[in-house]
Design a protein around this ligand. Structure first.
Ligand code: FES
Length: 562
């Protein structure tokens, strides 16, 4: 809720700033265009609804900045977040005189705060204030752009439009400031004429000394109130910690055995940061990116408060299991073991939504192994270049056959291939796809042999083994060598069936469960029984001399029975 209010108040302020800056840019056209633009700007923002919306958003946004400081258990934060917070806090004191001198003076002292009024102040009466106003214009813009960027950065459309966004981020303040400078120079030139200056100051109703003193008194009052609020918030934090310490401390244990103690109410992300433990948090702890997710173990898991609606939504999007929580949203109330699930600086591909199986899931899939027969002896009289060329053609053809059939290549091992089917679909589909892939591999091999007939003394031959069963699927590996793979007895059995093709002189050995689950009639192929570790009964397998003889449907997939 707080996050949403902060976002919407920020968007209102951004709309105000963009319209204001675009108005400034009309200074490039001339003073008349500048004031014509101002009429539209005033119509929008000085109407009663516009005034309530703008000043309401301003107050809420400021109050939420104080709340964010109070809420944090520790002030340790990434540099970009610290800059964003400091810039945000600097803006109100730097901007207050501009607001008082224009809007408030217009309301209280009946000044005509037109562009000429403001430009006379900055370019004629008080040029020092121009530097301050230019600085605050840029700070406001930086603050808005950073906030917007961290809100949108995970959205695919924004990533596609990033060059345009960068262009606008530079173009808008540049054109705006140039408009101000050009218009200011024009006003300064007009003000060289004392008669024009006297008439203008009278017509604009510049405040007298009393009016100016009133503006400065209100400004000082604001500074005092702002400083007091900041001091109160900063003082409230240790008071709260003291209170909570009297009421409880929880211990968090990390995978390397590091144990840290934090006061109740601290989020796991704050605890990591406070203890200097690197912890991914791409969205800066706003509960949007899921990169801070942790697996939780230990007795405190049951004691945790249920995830909020927003956290549940993010966890649901990545298919997280019940013991996975967002570190930035979870406040332990008992001792916990926490394991961050992403590296501290995750790649963007790890940031977006991920299917649950990537985090490790038991699934029933089909596994295919294929291997070139006698390739070692075949390659003995070949140059290394030729061997690599032939192998790459073979890998490309086999990889394509797998992918066209709906599977995913797990890995190439030597001259062999391991592929998984049904990871993203269901069990039956996986078994049908694996059989289809075997058929396609056989087809592709014929094509390669035809294409390379002058380079090969004898045609390439393959052996394929397919089995199905429950395996653990997940993203495994380290660093760049991370990929989706599967482990389990069914994988070993599939590999064993592939090895059997050599002794049986067949191109494909497929376990009977694959045919049964795929609902494909393989009764035309000889049946054999083999002993498999972990199975009480022997495993029945079908021996297929040539995978091209598998039944085929119109879509080139192996045809289910009936
Ligand atoms: S840091 Fe992004 S969801 Fe927690």
């Amino acid at each position: 809720m707080v996050r949403r209010v902060r976002l919407w108040s920020g968007l209102v302020l951004l709309a105000f700033v963009v319209t204001h800056y675009v108005n400034h840019a009309l200074g490039l056209v001339g003073l008349e265009a500048l004031d014509a633009g101002r009429q539209a700007f005033l119509w929008l923002w000085r109407s009663l609804p516009g005034t309530l919306i703008f000043y309401g958003a301003l107050l809420v946004h400021m109050a939420l900045a104080f709340w964010a400081i109070y809420e944090r258990r520790r002030l340790a934060m990434p540099p970009w977040e610290a800059v964003q917070l400091l810039v945000g806090l600097a803006i109100p004191p730097l901007l207050i005189l501009h607001i008082l001198g224009n809007r408030l003076a217009a309301e209280l002292l009946a000044t005509n705060d037109s562009y000429i009024f403001v430009l006379l102040i900055y370019f004629v009466f008080n040029p020092v204030a121009l530097a301050k106003q230019t600085t605050v214009m840029l700070l406001v813009w930086v603050h808005a752009c950073v906030g917007l960027h961290y809100w949108l950065r995970l959205k695919p459309l924004y990533r596609r439009l990033l060059p345009l966004a960068y262009g606008l981020a530079v173009l808008i303040p540049t054109v705006s400031l140039t408009g101000v400078m050009v218009a200011g120079r024009d006003v300064a030139r007009l003000a060289e004429d004392p008669e024009w200056l006297a008439a203008a100051t009278q017509q604009l109703n510049f405040p007298d000394e009393q009016g100016i003193a009133l503006i400065y008194a209100i400004e000082n009052g604001f500074y005092l109130a702002f400083a007091a609020a900041l001091v109160l918030v900063l003082a409230a934090r240790p008071l709260r910690s003291w209170w909570q310490r009297r009421h409880g401390i929880v211990n968090l244990t990390y995978p390397d055995g590091k144990r840290i103690s934090v006061v109740l109410g601290t989020t796991i992300l704050e605890a990591s940061r406070g203890a200097g433990i690197p912890h991914a948090s791409v969205c800066g702890g706003r509960g949007r990116c899921s990169t801070c997710r942790v697996r939780i173990a230990g007795g405190g898991l049951e004691a945790l408060a249920a995830p909020s609606e927003a956290e549940s939504r993010v966890l649901g999007r990545i298919g997280a299991s019940p013991n996975v929580r967002l570190a930035c949203q979870t406040r332990p109330n008992a001792d916990l073991e926490v394991t961050p699930l992403l590296p501290p600086a995750p790649a963007m591909r790890e940031v977006g939504p991920k299917p649950g199986y990537l985090q490790g899931e038991e699934r029933e899939i089909a596994i295919l192994f294929a291997d070139l027969r006698d390739f070692t002896s075949l390659s003995e009289d070949k140059l290394p270049f030729d061997v690599v060329f032939i192998l790459n053609r073979y890998f490309a053809a086999m990889g394509l056959a797998v992918e066209e059939s709906g599977g995913r290549v797990d890995k190439f091992i030597g001259d062999g291939v391991m592929a998984l089917f049904g990871v993203e679909s269901d069990h039956k589909r996986g078994c049908v796809d694996a059989l289809s892939a075997a058929r396609r591999m056989s087809e592709r091999l014929l094509e390669i042999n035809a294409a390379l007939k002058h380079d090969l003394e004898q045609p390439l031959r393959i052996g394929i083994g397919i089995h199905t069963g429950a395996v653990i699927v997940g993203e495994m590996g380290y660093g760049r060598a991370v990929s989706v793979t599967a482990i389990g007895d069914a994988v070993n059995t599939a590999s064993r069936l592939e090895a059997m093709t050599k002794d049986l002189g067949a191109q494909l050995v497929v376990s009977d469960p694959v045919a049964r689950i795929a609902d494909v009639d393989l009764s035309a192929f000889p049946l054999q029984e083999i002993e498999v570790r972990g199975r009480a009964r022997p495993l029945e397998v079908r021996v297929v001399k040539n995978a091209l003889s598998l039944p085929v449907a119109a879509d080139h997939r192996v045809a289910p029975a009936g």
